[in-house]
Write a protein that binds this ligand. Structure first.
Ligand code: FES
Length: 257
């Protein structure tokens, strides 16, 4: 335990729902003594341990790397996807950001395209379906070519790298009043549209991913910018402007349409 760590006690209002067909409701739980050094997920582990010992069903929640890189974690904390800390995934949100005696409301990402599985877990496979629609480059395998033979201006490379930081957690969808996946799709389209390797499938990708997004029940962008604010990787909505240009160009000039 670090010198600055404290013990706090919280009241948790957690969404409990047995399965997609059952009726869910918030249930109150005392957190028990929690170290401020713990991450939010570690705090939930402690709560689950107590529930298990009492013979109660532990709270189901998604997680994997717990290092802010996989995109598996994600719930809504006090009305904000991944909580109130900017540029932070839930697994990197630490309990030192809460005060002793706080009440914390914990609920799942809610969106038409993310059906609930159980408690705080939702099915975000619609994002995988979107990537399968064009968020990749098809390459002929073979010997790697000399890196300097394809020159990319520094600024363009930086923009592509920024877009590629998207971890596909779905916070943008959960935060958007329209349940739009525009930030997610625009990050995937941008990172490839900016680089030489993404050019052969550029038009096809933009058309296919946008069309699939509509088909899967995601809403349209209303320029609310909630997605940008909730994104743990701080993906900029300038990518959405690029996606709109890519889609328009592909619709007007591409033979793929
Ligand atoms: S568990 Fe991997 S990003 Fe949070």
């Amino acid at each position: 335990m670090s010198n600055t760590s404290k013990i706090i006690n919280l009241t948790l209002k957690i969404w409990r729902q047995e399965n997609p067909a059952s009726v869910g409701a918030f249930k109150n739980y005392p957190s028990g003594p929690i170290s401020t050094d713990m991450s939010f997920l570690e705090m939930l582990d402690v709560v689950n341990e107590a529930l298990t010992q009492q013979g109660e069903e532990p709270v189901a929640f998604d997680h994997d790397c717990r290092e802010g890189i996989c995109g598996a974690c994600g719930t809504v904390i006090n009305g904000q996807a991944h909580g109130h800390l900017e540029g932070t995934t839930l697994c990197q949100l630490h309990m030192r950001n809460f005060k002793d005696g706080d009440t914390i409301v914990i609920e799942p990402f809610r969106s038409r395209a993310f059906p609930l599985i159980k408690d705080l877990m939702v099915d975000r496979s619609a994002l995988d379906t979107l990537v399968a629609e064009g968020g990749y480059v098809s390459v002929n395998t073979g010997g790697a070519i000399e890196a300097n033979s394809i020159l990319v201006p520094q600024r363009t490379a930086d923009q592509a790298l920024d877009a590629s930081e998207c971890i596909g957690c779905g916070a943008c969808v959960a935060a958007c009043p329209n349940g739009s996946a525009m930030l997610f799709v625009s990050a995937k389209v941008s990172q490839l549209a900016l680089l030489p390797q993404g050019q052969p499938e550029r038009a096809k990708r933009a058309l296919a991913m946008v069309r699939k997004m509509d088909e899967l029940g995601f809403g349209n962008c209303g320029n609310e910018r909630e997605c940008e604010a909730a994104c743990p990787k701080q993906i900029s909505i300038t990518n959405i402007a690029r996606l709109n240009r890519e889609y328009l160009k592909a619709s007007l000039f591409s033979r793929e349409k």
